[in-house]
Design a protein around this ligand. Structure first.
Ligand code: NAD
Length: 253
């Protein structure tokens, strides 16, 4: 028996990467998963692999009509939604002065407006389900930042704040809303990054999509006293700087 039997989940950006790992794990726990993505062949392929009542739906998270249609069809075919994972996201690189306005707007549209539309569209269904959980995939860049990712950091900090507002507004209906903050995870988004990128971390490696998926499952199933909370998996980066002085160094005094 799975821990999500009879439950219905929507995972945006579920066709590949972190979203696909989340979809696989929720389905393995018995949920009917709607893989909602703009990548049709990959999404259909994954839904076929998941089997059961899981299915693919084309959804561009930036459009309100698409969200309304996706939620209505899901509820008609599978029943009310009790889990929403706002995972779809894009990254853009370039300094604040270099990044074109079109790129800035696109990143905010997908990474921040998308989850905002999603939570608004799904909230009534979550109420009809008698409550549930929303997990917003933010980033380590939603807790700190790096040079050259201004629009991405702005979108992920925004999503972290929006998560807290949603948590406060939806708590009376038994709906918990939390944010997840991954560091470097090995997916298409980080395909060009070499091992040097993670070398200075306390845990000097890329995380795997499955590690993020396990945290999402924990939030949905086990973290029943957590809402508006931030869940970090960053290989230890936020713990601080790796040691620069040791007891043998004269400068320690
Ligand atoms: P990915 O590029 O492999 O997957 C992103 C998915 O989102 C793709 O399937 C893509 O088609 C989908 N998507 C993009 N725009 C969409 C839209 N408008 N509507 C619907 N779907 C859309 O990337 P990933 O690494 O799996 O990223 C998943 C999430 O995790 C993103 O929100 C990302 O910002 C976040 N994240 C990733 C990392 C990392 O290191 N990979 C770190 C922190 C946070």
């Amino acid at each position: 028996m799975g821990r999500l039997d009879e439950r219905v989940a929507i995972v945006t950006g579920g066709a590949r990467g972190i979203g696909a790992a989340v979809a696989r794990l929720l389905a393995a726990e018995g949920a009917a998963v709607v893989v909602a993505d703009i990548l049709e062949p990959e999404g259909r392929g994954l839904a076929a692999e998941l089997g059961g009542r899981s299915r693919y739906r084309f959804l561009d998270v930036t459009g309100e009509d698409g969200w309304q249609r996706t939620v209505a069809e899901t509820e008609r075919e599978l029943g009310p939604v009790s889990v929403l994972v706002n995972n779809a996201g894009i990254a853009a690189w370039g300094s604040m002065e270099e990044e074109p306005l079109t790129s800035f707007r696109r990143v905010i549209d997908v990474n921040l407006q998308g989850p905002w539309l999603g939570m608004r569209a799904v909230a009534p269904s979550l109420r009809r389900a008698g409550g549930g959980a929303i997990v917003n995939i933010s980033s380590l860049a939603g807790l700190t930042s790096y040079a050259g990712i201004g629009s991405y950091a702005a979108s992920k900090w925004g999503l972290r704040g929006l998560t807290k507002t949603a948590a406060l507004e939806l708590a009376p209906d038994g709906i918990r809303v939390c944010s997840v903050h991954p560091g470097a995870i090995r997916t298409d988004m980080t395909a060009g990054f070499g091992d040097a990128y993670t070398a200075g971390q306390p845990l000097p490696r890329f995380g795997e999509p499955e590690e993020v998926a396990r945290m999402v499952l924990f939030i949905v199933v086990d973290a029943t006293f957590s809402t508006g909370a931030e869940f970090v998996l960053d290989g230890g980066i936020l713990a601080g700087r790796p040691a620069v002085l040791t007891s043998g160094d004269p400068d320690l005094g």
